[in-house]
Ligand binder design. Structure first.
Ligand code: ATP
Ligand code: NI
Length: 331
């Protein structure tokens, strides 16, 4: 894709479990362009987090990347050593985790945690001594200010448990942004927050994106959030991408019955703040999947041809969906 900062092709990430082999990410291709916000939506267990944990090189055993390419800013990330990958994390790509409380270190003050990131990745700091400490302190105060935490000087000395849930999310974002990454992966940054704080945190991410010109991959359950903040959206289902395209097209004229189902369950036009309503039925078990369309058992438009594997099809110049109803041969 033209102007892609991140380009993932045909990624396959598997977990070898006692119950069998789970293909959590099954042939996912995704690109994030420079400066854009890409939304990633889909029900729980669809593979959103594992896709981006794979990008970050953070899939832990029994999971592993089985195949695919991950190119970031012209570099093949799968070819990097663990040390090189650590340098990419934090400096080039930062990820905020689904759960802010467990992602922060309870034993370190907030200031120490921001300093750790700066120490490891900021090459513009003075080499050593008092000048270095002063520069780190100044940068840390700036970061807390940027995420809207008042009295930063005092707050730096405090520990995660001394902050509310919303403040902890902001701190996690401050830590993620401390080295001005080119890409921020925000995994459900607002799920645990009340609606007002949710809106504030998302505004904050949008503001910083505009200020720093970074790209954002925003993982969420909330289509209202996507409508408001994302340029493009990718819909995942059972380890695959089922639809992708400009937000206005995917939300305005969804092509995949799954996306249609997601949208139909939200009262309109008040998209905002509405969680995704479950569609009748359940996401299939990822162990021993049949080759058919994964949405088959829940699809109101299913037909016999859907029992064969379904590839992505073009629904527009930049809009694709994995459904045989597109393109007319089954209409
Ligand atoms: N550590 C693990 N061991 C075994 N299977 C795992 C592990 N982590 C993830 N999986 C499998 O990968 C699937 C996708 O998980 P993932 O966390 O990516 O879903 P998600 O789309 O982010 O869901 P949610 O919206 O709940 O965060 C899970 O349903 C599970 O089957
Ligand atoms: Ni997740």
């Amino acid at each position: 894709m033209k102007d892609a900062l991140l380009e993932v092709r045909d990624l396959r990430t598997v977990f070898e479990t006692r119950a069998g082999r789970i293909c959590a990410v099954d042939g996912v291709s995704v690109a994030v362009r420079r400066g854009e916000c890409l939304g990633i939506v889909g029900e729980s267990g669809s593979g959103k987090s594992v896709t981006f944990a794979s990008v970050m090189g953070l899939v832990k055993a029994p999971g592993r990347i089985e195949s695919g390419t991950i190119v970031f800013d012209g570099r093949d990330l799968r070819g990097l050593s663990p040390r090189q990958m650590r340098a990419v994390r934090g400096r080039d790509i930062a990820m905020t985790m689904q759960d802010a409380l467990t992602a922060l270190n309870p034993a370190l003050s907030v200031g120490e945690q921001i300093a750790e990131v700066l120490e490891a990745h900021d090459e513009t700091l003075p080499a050593r001594g008092a000048a270095r400490r002063k520069a780190i302190r100044k940068a840390s105060i700036e970061m807390l200010g940027l995420v809207g935490i008042p009295s930063a000087e005092t707050r730096l000395r405090q520990y995660p448990h001394e902050f509310s849930g919303g403040m902890r999310q902001r701190i996690m974002i401050a830590i993620a942004l401390a080295c001005r990454p080119k890409l921020l992966i925000a995994d459900e940054p607002t799920t645990a927050l009340d609606v007002t704080i949710q809106a504030q945190v998302l505004e904050l991410i949008s503001d910083i994106r505009a200020k720093l010109g970074m790209s954002v991959a925003l993982i969420t359950h909330d289509l209202g959030v996507v409508a408001e903040h994302c340029d493009r959206v990718m819909v995942m289902y059972a380890g695959q991408v089922v639809e992708e395209g400009p937000t206005t097209e995917v939300i305005g004229a969804p092509k995949h019955p799954y996306t249609q189902g997601l949208l139909a369950s939200i009262p309109r036009p008040a998209l905002r703040g509405q969680p995704i309503h479950p569609i009748e039925g359940q996401v299939p078990d990822l162990i021993g999947l049949a080759p058919q369309c994964r949405f088959y058992s829940r699809c109101t438009q299913r037909r016999e041809a859907c029992l064969a594997p379904v590839e992505m099809r073009a629904a527009g110049p930049a809009h694709n969906a994995r459904c045989i109803l597109i393109g007319g041969d089954e209409e």
